[in-house]
Design a protein around this ligand. Structure first.
Ligand SMILES: [Zn+2]
Length: 897
């Protein structure tokens, strides 16, 4: 590059931190109202389209973020921002005049109005042909699926096509030789101006795309109706590949990735077309206030689906093709339930969080979905007309400008005449959550007196709905403010009163929202048992069950039933019981989990108290010397888990605290032994799109009350994971460091139960029963090679390397960039004390891993002091792990993959 200002060379330099940003030093200052011309030649090497937004897939081209772009200078100063996968853009408005030269048989969809007559004819001709092919069934019918991906030869003749556009802040273009083209037209609701619409797609996707013009037209129509007329002349949607989400927006043109149904294609097209308003016309800072484009766009997308398909059951249909008991859940419910689940586990972040600081899950669930929900709430409160006036006023005042959140708030408050502090200060700035309760309904001569309490953390408006015979008779909104409201409904014959009957308010708990005249005890919910899994319905107590077969080395075959209430969204009280008849034990084995969660306003984002129960058969080797092999263990393990944090914090760093105690009994005939103990675990996590880190401090104590064996242990573990392949494959490198030391240790019977193991805890060493083992107490045979991914973390099995003193290790793991993601390489190094050796013993391992949930590790090298690898029985060194802890105590909410 060679920057010139008004034709004169200038000094410029790259930003030392971000190589995609450079700074130009003007020879003379540019004053307000002044004008300069900056020019530079530039070339771009087009990368693979698998990496991010710009690129080529074979001979199809997606040309975006491809030219030097000036940073926005707004009231906060300059906004130079680097390119990110997770995080969008902020660009300055301008006029574009772009000429593209390429082989003649390429079909191009681009920003702007096409100025080249021959190309206009070419597209019109293609559109006429494609329409005929669809009509005749040659294209787009299910029976005539085109499976070929091949590209026709590029013509040797080149063409130059020219586009111009005003009042846009970006320019993107897409070129493919295989495109079929459809052309349409939509009349705008206010100005009645006609806008041309284009759909360009590969023959392979024609079955879904053949109705794409309808989606583009309807999207353009409704967004214009609800926000303001589309100010440009054309809207184009092209079928392409996109690695950063389901689609990507550019002014006038959007690129749509592969979808699995025509319903999904419609939603993605409408969403991306909708960005013409929320991004294109209203040019907010997407990097810092991503909700202003993605969230406002999601609101309109949800409105679109609910308006066009009022009876849709999109969410129920989507999950396992509707096979679960998700009772008629629609498009709005998918965001509603997802947000409430995230909030119920205390893992949400405020809507107002910058894109790079969002955890990948919250980027979608909070920035897109929760924003959509809170504005859906505002719309229900203001009513269709007033909300429409607000959105139109926002559009008119801020089109082709850079609105900030305060600008939006100000115009919405002005237009509506309402104080929207509950929305802009609480719901957008914090993770404070909503919970309203219908506490009393009393019949009076003039109707009903309804007492409503605000038991949540947001003082928002409350909708009260009165029903008679299942019909909505009366709706009343309570203005924000008091903790307790008395509302009068004037209808005389109500038999049911509900808060927010249509789920317009994103409340965490809707179970306390109704009163029914017919119920004797109007607060007791009818109990419902459903197969497998489903949603929690309002006014019902949903439970789920499934038969279960299971097995391990001692219980042999087990058959039983699982009953639980882990439906969606989560509830405060959750339980799971799985009693199973054990053919090995000839009695009942199984597990039980009971927990209760609260979401405090201050200092904690979640407190969960619970108890875990487990009882399975055993054999003689587990910390005792019983002779009768017919033994079993039963344990009772109460815990308290706390997710520390501040409801205003937008940080990707979180802290958690787990205190767990255990009392376990091993019984064998009349013999029995009992262990009691507990641990405290403090963990700090940082979850970002391409980096994850955690630090875990832990202190364990366990004592056997029968033989007074005991262990006291402290450990510290650090993990850092880095996504080294940022393309679709998303491969990670993991680094781990561990130090553990036993400060108390007694094992009179030499059971090895309290040792720190280089290879991770064997079943015998899993003293808090934190995982499942095929053969918990096995010391030989294949099952003895099952280890936890903890302690020394070596990925080879060596009983030679364990210690009653201290151990420190470092572990490396790299997921290989091959499909599927099941292969990796590992390397481990560590040292430990055997009591006499002061320098400890140094050991290493290196090998391959296969698998994901079930991981098998094949060592290729280990140092001599871990035992000979290939000359003795190699299979003894193959280690496997099973990550099957079904009850998540929330310590690792988001992980790799
Ligand atoms: Zn979007």
């Amino acid at each position: 590059m060679d920057f010139k200002v008004n034709g004169e060379k200038v000094i410029w330099e790259f930003d030392p931190l971000n190589l995609d940003i450079c700074k130009i030093f003007l020879a003379t200052p540019l004053f307000s109202g002044g004008r300069i011309t900056i020019s530079t030649p530039f070339t771009v090497q087009i990368p693979s389209g698998e990496i991010s937004r710009l690129g080529h897939v074979g001979q199809s081209y997606q040309i975006t973020q491809w030219y030097p772009k000036p940073a926005v200078y707004d009231k906060n100063g300059w906004n130079p921002i680097p390119y990110l996968n997770q995080g969008e853009f902020y660009s300055e408005y301008g006029s574009f005049d772009v000429s593209i030269t390429l082989p003649e048989n390429y079909v191009v969809g681009a920003t702007g109005d096409l100025q080249t007559t021959s190309e206009i004819d070419f597209l019109n001709d293609l559109a006429a042909k494609s329409a005929l092919k669809i009509k005749s069934g040659e294209l787009g019918s299910a029976t005539k699926q085109v499976t070929s991906f091949s590209f026709p030869e590029s013509s040797s003749k080149m063409k130059t096509i020219r586009y111009t556009q005003r009042d846009v802040h970006d320019f993107g273009w897409f070129a493919d030789k295989r495109f079929e083209v459809l052309k349409g037209e939509v009349e705008l609701p206010q100005s009645k101006r006609k806008v041309t619409t284009w759909a360009m797609f590969t023959p392979k996707n024609a079955e879904f795309w053949k109705n794409a013009i309808e989606y583009i037209n309807d999207g353009t129509y409704y967004y214009s109706l609800w926000n303001g007329d589309y100010p440009y002349n054309q809207v184009t949607a092209v079928d392409g590949t996109i690695s950063a989400g389901g689609g990507m927006e550019y002014p006038n043109v959007t690129v749509i990735g592969n979808t699995s149904s025509k319903e999904e294609l419609e939603v993605v097209i409408v969403h991306e077309v909708g960005h013409n308003w929320f991004y294109g016309i209203l040019g907010s800072n997407e990097r810092v206030h991503g909700w202003m484009d993605e969230g406002m766009n999601t609101l309109n997308e949800v409105r679109y689906v609910q308006t066009k398909y009022p009876d849709n059951t999109r969410f129920s249909d989507m999950v396992l093709n509707g096979r679960f008991h998700l009772n008629g859940l629609d498009h709005h419910d998918s965001g509603d339930i997802s947000y409430r689940m995230m909030a119920m586990i205390g893992a949400d972040q405020p809507i107002e969080t910058t894109s790079p600081d969002f955890t990948p899950a919250n980027y979608g669930l909070i920035m897109y979905q929760k924003t959509g929900l809170v504005f859906f709430y505002l719309r229900a409160y203001l009513g269709e007309d007033l909300f429409g006036q607000c959105m139109h006023a926002y559009f008119e005042k801020w089109k082709f400008k850079h609105p900030q959140p305060e600008d939006m708030r100000s115009i919405l408050e002005q237009t509506s005449g309402k104080n929207l502090s509950w929305l802009f200060d609480d719901l957008i700035q914090t993770t404070n959550h909503i919970d309203y309760r219908l506490s009393k309904v009393k019949k009076t001569p003039s109707g009903f007196d309804v007492t409503v309490r605000n038991v949540g953390q947001v003082n928002g408006p409350i909708e009260i709905d009165g029903y008679a015979d299942g019909k909505l008779i009366e709706t009343s909104w309570v203005e924000p403010g008091e903790k307790k409201h008395l509302v009068h409904l004037s209808s005389l014959n109500l038999d049911e009163v509900r808060i927010d009957a249509n789920n317009n308010i994103p409340e965490l708990d809707r179970m306390n929202n109704q009163w029914k005249k017919s119920l004797l005890f109007n607060k007791i919910e009818p109990v419902k048992f459903e197969f497998l899994f489903g949603d929690h319905e309002r006014g019902k107590s949903n439970n789920f069950w499934t038969p279960m077969v299971s097995g391990n080395a001692y219980d042999k075959f087990m058959v039983g039933i699982v009953a639980h209430n882990y439906g969606i969204p989560f509830k405060n009280f959750q339980y799971l019981i799985a009693p199973m008849y054990s053919t090995g034990r000839k009695s009942i084995s199984g597990i039980g989990e009971f927990s209760y969660s609260i979401l405090p306003r201050k200092s904690f984002k979640l407190i969960r108290v619970g108890v875990s129960l487990k009882s399975f058969k055993n054999d003689e080797k587990m910390g005792n010397s019983f002779t009768d092999q017919n033994q079993y263990y039963a344990n009772f393990s109460p815990y308290i888990f706390m997710n520390l944090g501040n409801r205003k914090s937008a940080s990707p760093i979180s802290h958690s605290f787990l205190i767990q105690t255990i009392s376990s009994t091993i019984k064998s005939g009349s013999d029995s032994t009992n262990e009691i103990g507990g641990f405290i675990k403090f963990a700090t996590h940082c979850v970002k799109a391409d980096h994850q880190a955690d630090l875990i401090l832990r202190s364990d104590y366990m004592k056997n009350t029968a033989n007074s064996n005991e262990v006291g242990r402290v450990s510290i573990e650090g993990n850092y994971r880095f996504r080294y392949l940022k393309n679709k494959m998303k491969r990670w490198v993991e680094l781990r460091a561990y130090f553990g030391s036993n400060y108390r240790y007694k094992d009179a019977d030499n059971t090895g139960r309290y040792l720190i193991s280089m290879s991770g805890a064997s079943g015998n060493q899993d003293i808090f029963y934190e995982d499942y083992y095929f053969a918990r107490s096995a010391t030989s045979g294949f099952f003895a090679n099952q280890r936890n991914a903890d302690m020394g973390g070596f990925k080879t099995t060596s009983n030679a390397a364990s210690t009653s003193f201290w151990m420190t290790t470092g572990n490396f793991y790299l997921q290989l960039p091959i499909k599927p993601n099941v292969l990796g390489v590992f390397a481990d190094a560590g040292t430990y004390s055997n009591g006499s050796a002061t320098n400890g013993i140094f050991v290493t391992g290196l090998g391959m891993r296969l698998g994901k949930v079930f991981g098998v590790y094949f060592p290729l090298y280990q140092s001599d002091n871990m035992g000979a690898l290939f000359t003795s029985n190699y299979s003894k060194n193959i280690r496997f792990t099973l990550k099957m802890n079904i009850v998540n105590k929330g310590l690792k909410l988001t992980g790799i993959n």
